[in-house]
Write a new protein. Structure first.
Length: 279
């Protein structure tokens, strides 16, 4: 029995190692190509590491400073969007769980219907609304149109539903209103979930491409994904400067990897522990 268990554990470890390698390989390939010459990138059979590291590729990618501008545009818009999404999602989820009102089940059904609809179906009406409001080609329009998340609402609704109603009722008896109960009682008991959703919302906004590319046209206002796409296809870079392109990709991805590295504990806790919240 012990031998079978040992074999099973070994197989599990092998599968996990292979899966981890497959996940990490694109990042390793991107980094090694970022320090290669063009000829080394296309060399057959390919070499894992270059003969001489071409760190100059990073200098070429960042020479005019535009990537830092794009990264700033993505970062500050993502921070604002994330903050607003967490606040309104928490309020909505709290109302669905702890406030009783007529038509709540109908409202939940309507939210579920919007959740299963493709995001692309909202592009045309959102485009028309922003155009009439004069918010086209602005970061304000992008932020305004991105400050809601049905997924976050349902995730927090599930988390809040795990909190004992007795705790909420005790706070209400002590004189706390809904606003105070949400931010002084419920939210502190769900910190990991808030951090998890915050990281996911930030990454989704930071990496967003399709909607911003329809909305924003001035190069100075590009987000980082749009700037990378423009660099990839313009000025003869396509097919010619792959080392520089990979260097630009590494610069963009590195902060996100750091964010995940330092936030992974919170993400795991948010997925596992807060879903079994406290009686």
């Amino acid at each position: 029995m012990t031998r079978k268990k040992g074999i099973k554990n070994s197989l599990v470890h092998v599968v996990l190692v292979l899966t981890s390698f497959l996940i990490a390989f694109p990042f390793l390939w991107m980094f090694t190509n970022s320090i290669k010459t063009k000829n080394e990138i296309w060399e057959v059979p390919p070499k894992v590491f270059p003969s001489v590291a071409q760190w100059i590729n990073y200098g070429d990618a960042l020479a005019d400073g535009t990537f830092f501008k794009y990264m700033w545009n993505s970062a500050y818009t993502a921070v604002i969007i994330t903050a607003v999404i967490l606040i309104n999602s928490a309020m909505f989820a709290y109302a669905l769980v702890h406030i009783h009102f007529r038509g709540k089940n109908i409202l939940i059904a309507l939210i579920m219907i919007t959740y299963i609809m493709p995001a692309s179906t909202t592009y045309v009406p959102s485009y028309v609304i922003l155009s009439k409001l004069g918010l086209m080609n602005t970061h304000a329009g992008y932020i305004f149109s991105s400050c809601a998340s049905i997924f976050n609402i349902f995730f927090l609704r599930t988390v809040f539903a795990q909190i004992s109603p007795g705790i909420v009722e005790a706070a209400r008896i002590d004189g706390a209103g809904h606003w105070k109960i949400l931010w002084k009682v419920v939210a502190p008991m769900s910190v990991s979930s808030f951090v998890t959703l915050g990281l996911l919302s930030f990454l989704g906004s930071y990496n967003s491409f399709m909607w911003p590319s329809l909305l924003i046209h001035d190069k100075e206002k590009y987000l980082v994904s749009m700037g990378l796409q423009a660099f990839f296809t313009s000025e003869g870079a396509y097919g010619l400067k792959w080392g520089t392109i990979m260097a630009a990709c590494c610069v963009i991805v590195f902060p996100l990897l750091l964010l995940f590295f330092f936030g992974q504990r919170w993400i795991l806790n948010g997925i596992t522990s807060d879903a079994a919240v406290k009686e």
